[in-house]
Design a binder for this molecule. Sequence first.
Ligand code: T3D
Length: 264
Amino acid sequence: MSYSSIIYEVSGGVATLTLNRAKALNALDRTITEELHKAIAEAAGDPEVRCLLITGAGRGFCAGADLTQLEDSYRKGEPVPLGDMLRDGYNQIILPLVHMEKPVVAAVNGVAAGAGASLALACDFRIASDQARFFQAFIKVGLVQDSGASYFLPRLVGLAKAMELAMLGPIVDANEALRLGLVTKVVPHESLMDEARAFASSLASGPTRALGLSKRALYFGVDAGLEQTMDYEADLQAQMALTADHMEGVKAFLDKREAKFEGR
Ligand code: T3D
């Protein structure tokens, strides 16, 4: 598929999706939103892809909704259909990332604001440049946080800190994000993409089915009780028992060698 506002490349089992509206800090207009949706579906459906890596071109990761899109309506004081735009737009990006049974990594190269921060939070791992910043920008434009921020934030940083981030809207730098548990690690800006690719490649050579179902089980577990979760784990483990990668993992252990996983 060809895209105009993103770059999508697959190499060595890793699909790299680069938001490519650098002048606007990769703010989400209608085109990039639709393309993100399509590219995420492409990565999810491609058996060659065993890990998705998302980053931004230029100095921003993603500045959230493109606030110039509805400029005419705002200037005229006309109501804007934000609820429908979310349901049909950003929600259709966030949910497939969470549902994708493959690891998803964000290489956060700069500011992640508003729905752009939510996009980063919906990824399974965030590798942050030391120039990354996280900003719940919604409150600054008189909105409530969206695109899953109300779900991800309290789970990642706890309710009290989530209240601060959402209602006070501070800009959180990379080291503070690490301290809060918002990111996996912080790396020098110049080495971000090398580090993120190495991280993604290592996931792409892992037991993809087990990684995918681990993710499913964790999302199930954060919303369910212990008994239900253990029952769910047992169902998933029954599926895992049939996979080639599980056989290979145990044989490799018994043979005292590294496992060679094929993602099936
Ligand atoms: O309307 C809806 O669709 C509702 C949905 C809402 C969901 C949301 O995401 S609400 C939150 C939307 N995002 C924001 O409010 C963030 C707005 N941007 C900023 O506050 C700042 O740009 C940043 C803190 C993110 C970065 O600041 P800084 O100083 O590093 O960069 P800058 O100079 O402000 O921005 C650089 C350029 O990007 C600039 O364009 P210019 O002047 O060089 O032509 C700026 O206008 C543009 N830009 C930044 N953010 C957006 C944007 N253009 C459109 N939309 C943006 N969100």
